[in-house]
Design a protein around this ligand. Structure first.
Ligand SMILES: Cc1cc2nc3c(=O)[nH]c(=O)nc-3n(C[C@H](O)[C@H](O)[C@H](O)COP(=O)(O)OP(=O)(O)OC[C@H]3O[C@@H](n4cnc5c(N)ncnc54)[C@H](O)[C@@H]3O)c2cc1C
Length: 682
């Protein structure tokens, strides 16, 4: 078979869009070819394959899997113990710069925490809070005095911390946090205070039990000599919250969130401050400082821009959460695909016995479409991690590039966590009753993954942010505007809103240049056509959203009404953008694959990603005449044919995820278990 090029699909039947349905294999699957699995895995593992392998080995050697039947106290102790062993293995240091006592490998650190998604998400989240969020706040918002005092202890777990941003009253809108940090010049201290019930810090990982310190986000209030005290916006402070014995320090009241929908090994809690004093030096002062006399200074004049610059330095957490969710989604799919290759129900047409679940078209659709999406998002995620690594390594990163990275991190986090949550639900149901038993782990994964769509940025809020950024072309000082202010800005902007004309990647540019034809006229299997369909959808949605926003400029228009009535449109802009950038990253990654067989298979997976994405949004494509009814039918047939074509490779595709065997060691997949045993044909 000729090696496919980027331009065309390998799959002849889909290319012809024949009515023919694929023949179901009449017996089990061929064994996955080890070379093909290895080539695919190398592509998925990418640049930080070594970090992945180190964590895989730990998961395997230490049996790091979601646990059932432990008390909260025992589970938390177990997770903290696992973290201590990770310190001994040395990789938490990777997340910190060398001059702060780390080893300076952001990509390696993010990838290592991602890989914990194959083990236990409780450990992933607790590790992410300690080293990524708490440690990240001190490293990125603090200065030398904080780095010297805390970083080594954070790496070694001598300084156990939490990241106290969210309050009961404000989660998504953190600019409106109510906790105050009032500077007292007489003593050179800040007074950290919870002025209202809704200002209580809530859901904070580590605050329930283990954390001794908190990085507390609060409104800084100060006055220089002769000035009236004024709020300078949200800043971050290091606040000790417990003593060595674990008792609350004076003025601090912590409480435990108790049982949650999942993540039982994470001690989420609440914190209330009653005029707690901390020294002036505890302000993390990289972006804003207070002199002993109370005078405020900052390298960034605008409160708004400073706030978003500070938040921007913390995107590593968002990137990591998307990555780890992706890993757990792949684990769930691997469990369900493997079960579908041993589990039989209902007789087939001949005497061969009952059919394997994966021989049913519906089962192929339920599992292989998310597998295709998992490949697409995993490769887009790898690219994002590499970009984050490059920016964090550079001394003078271009602010525009940083801003774009933030937008991309929001997009990929929202898309990847959505996929993981949906994939695990599909996997759970695809395993029937067995999928509901805790011993087979899917219900545990489902409980754990659920909140990933909410924390580190609620997915809807992030998707809306993505759309807003596209509509304002990343204009300065637009972030932080209220809905009304933002609509007024868009309405007043004279320029046209359009997708960037030139794609940054060569492979995408070449495909676009080669495919200026009307998508309706050209082959759906052409990569350029596929790209155009997704780009045209996004461009159309963006243009029409901008036109709706401009109506807010009319004399009789109510900007809030304009915004609210177009909000679903904005979300659709964001979603279309996410799928388009993921496709481009996928094509770019495939272009770099050297192994011909792996490349061929990846192109088929990419086809399924695109066809199923178009099918999923068929209503839009038909309503906006981007596809004819005939083409739409061909897309649906194409999804079916691709599922059939990929069916014999299902095990190869999930084996390439490189899930450690211990994570797949569940009763429903145990061949000695009668449920999983092949039927006796004797
Ligand atoms: C298990 C867990 C662990 C956590 N760990 C931490 C931690 O360690 N540190 C920390 O600081 N925080 C933590 N959080 C908090 C988390 O980040 C917030 O819950 C999250 O940001 C969402 O905020 P919220 O709960 O206030 O929801 P809200 O912002 O109130 O959102 C509620 C709903 O309203 C919708 N919504 C909100 N705004 C809009 C809008 N403009 N338009 C349309 N719909 C909207 C959202 O989509 C959502 O469905 C954790 C939460 C959980 C559950």
């Amino acid at each position: 078979m000729p090696v496919p090029t980027a331009e065309t699909s390998r799959i002849g039947t889909v290319g012809n869009m024949s009515e023919q349905t694929a023949a179901l294999p009449d017996s089990g699957t061929p064994d996955p070819a080890p070379e093909l699995v290895a080539a695919l895995r190398a592509t998925l593992d990418g640049r930080w394959a070594t970090s992945r392998d180190v964590v895989r080995e730990r998961i395997q050697a230490h049996g790091i899997t979601p646990q059932v039947g432990l008390s909260l106290a025992d589970y938390r102790a177990r997770v903290l113990g696992e973290m201590r062993e990770m310190v001994a293995a040395g990789f938490p240091a990777a997340g910190f710069r060398t001059d702060h006592g780390g080893t300076g490998d952001t990509g390696g650190a993010v990838t290592a925490i991602e890989t914990l998604g194959y083990g236990d998400l409780s450990l992933m989240v607790k590790a992410g809070v300690q080293w990524g969020l708490f440690g990240g706040a001190i490293e990125n918002l603090g200065t030398a005095r904080h780095h010297e005092k805390y970083i080594r202890g954070i790496i070694d777990l001598e300084v156990l911390g939490c990241f106290a941003m969210t309050e009961t009253g404000h989660g998504s809108n953190v600019q409106e946090l109510e906790t105050t940090a009032v500077y007292v010049p007489e003593t050179g201290e800040f007074e950290i205070h919870t002025p209202t019930g809704s200002a209580r810090k809530d859901y904070i990982g580590g605050a329930g039990q283990h954390a001794r310190y908190a990085s507390v986000f609060a409104q800084l209030v100060t006055a220089g000599p002769g000035e009236e005290p004024v709020s300078r916006g949200v800043h971050c402070f290091v606040v000790p919250i417990r003593d060595e014995s674990g008792a609350d320090l004076p003025g601090v009241s912590t409480s435990d969130c108790g049982y949650k929908g999942g993540l039982p090994g994470v001690d989420n809690g609440r914190i209330v401050f009653d005029r707690v004093r901390v020294p002036r030096e505890n302000l993390l002062n990289r972006y804003g400082d207070v002199a002993p006399d109370g005078t405020y200074s900052s390298p960034i004049e605008s409160d708004n821009r400073r706030f978003f610059t500070m938040l921007g330095t913390l995107i590593r957490g968002r990137v990591t959460v998307g990555a780890a969710a992706g890993a757990t989604g792949r684990l769930g799919l691997a469990l369900a695909v493997k079960y579908a290759l041993v589990r039989r129900q209902f007789d087939g047409p001949d005497d061969a016995g009952e059919l394997l679940l994966l021989d049913y078209r519906t089962h192929q659709r339920r599992l292989l479409i998310p597998v295709a999406r998992a490949y697409a998002f995993a490769l887009a995620q790898n690219e994002l991690v590499a970009e984050l690594h490059a920016i964090q390594e550079s001394e003078d990163a271009d602010p525009a590039a940083v801003r774009e990275l933030e937008g991309k991190a929001a997009a990929i986090k929202a898309g990847h966590t959505r996929l993981a949550s949906d994939a695990i639900s599909a996997a759970r149901e695809a395993c029937g009753g067995a999928g509901y038993l805790a011993e087979n782990r899917l219900p545990l994964l489902r409980g754990d993954i659920d909140v990933f769509t909410t924390f580190e940025g609620d997915n809807l809020v992030l998707t809306q942010l993505v759309a807003k950024e596209l509509l304002t072309a990343y204009a300065d000082d637009v972030r932080g505007l209220s809905a009304i202010g933002w609509v007024r800005f868009v309405a007043g902007a004279a320029r046209d809103v359009a997708l960037e004309k030139t794609a940054a990647r060569q492979v995408v540019q070449t495909l676009r240049d080669d495919s200026d034809a009307d998508p309706e006229e050209s082959e759906l299997t052409s990569r350029g056509t596929q790209l155009r369909l997704l780009r045209n959808r996004e461009a159309h949605l963006l243009r029409t959203a901008a036109a709706r926003m401009r109506r807010a400029g009319d004399d009789d228009a109510d900007p809030l009404e304009v915004f609210t009535s177009a909000q679903d449109h904005l979300i659709k802009v964001g979603e279309a953008h996410i799928e388009r950038i993921v496709l481009e990253a996928f094509l770019d990654a495939i272009d770099k694959v050297g192994d011909p067989a792996a490349k061929e298979l990846l192109f088929a997976v990419c086809d399924l990603f695109v066809y199923s994405a178009i099918e999923n949004d068929m209503g839009w494509f038909l309503m906006h005449r981007q596809l004819s009814v005939e083409r739409a039918k061909a897309v649906r047939r194409g999804v079916n044919e691709l599922c059939a074509d990929l069916r014999p490779y299902a095990e190869t595709l999930v084996d390439a995820f490189g899930v450690p065997p211990v994570a797949l060691d569940v009763p429903m997949l145990d061949p000695s278990n009668s449920v999983a045993a092949p039927p006796d044909r004797g």
